[in-house]
Design a protein around this ligand. Sequence first.
Ligand code: PEP
Length: 251
Amino acid sequence: MSRKIIAAGNWKMNKTAKEAVEFVNALKERVADADSEVVVGVPFVCLPGVIEAAKGSNIKVAAQNMHWEEKGAFTGEVSGPMLADLGVDYVIIGHSERRQYFGETDETVNKKVHAAFKYGLKPIVCVGESLTQREQGVTAELVRYQVKIALLGLSAEQVKDVVIAYEPIWAIGTGKTATSEQAEEVCAIIRGCIKELYGSEVAEVIRIQYGGSVNAANASELFNMPDIDGGLVGGASLKLDDFEKIAKYNK
Ligand code: PEP
């Protein structure tokens, strides 16, 4: 069973709407022959321009967050129907920065994942341990727990369409990449957990990315590990040359 590698950029709070369109216009030529699925996760205000710029190309577009309710008194939030109406493909859910700075929990992640499916968006669900948790030896238990709660109540068919991003917090934005063996070990644990919960067919299909200081030099080794199906890329996704190389990790 071959899973399509997914190279997803997470721009975080970077680039204006104009800069975003310029970037995607340049990127689309460069990745036209990429074998990976290329995704850009952009700030909300960049979505309309980026979706327009990406039309007719092989670039898919992700939002970086969503609320689980359809509408209502939630100042500053953006809902699933709003994203779906724009033509957004993916939504990043439960990034560690959202858990750390905006109080997101495994339970809110689960609500958002359900809302994503309700409105036809594909969730990229982030999980991962802190340095302390790794040193305490609880990485496997923690990540299994995060995955289990994030997916609670989904059907097996829905789980096939989830992308899980394993992102050790100690490797995000630090330049400290997990070794390919460390990343593979946890991605394999996640796949094992999916197998226990949803069966082998789902476990073979679901894509599990690694994220944490992925760059042009290490993407190929990481993405070629048996249980790693691509990367969620922060810093390096903001640079055209680097993100092109990551998307074309096998060329
Ligand atoms: C991220 O934002 O999800 C991430 C992994 O960032 P970086 O690649 O910069 O470590």
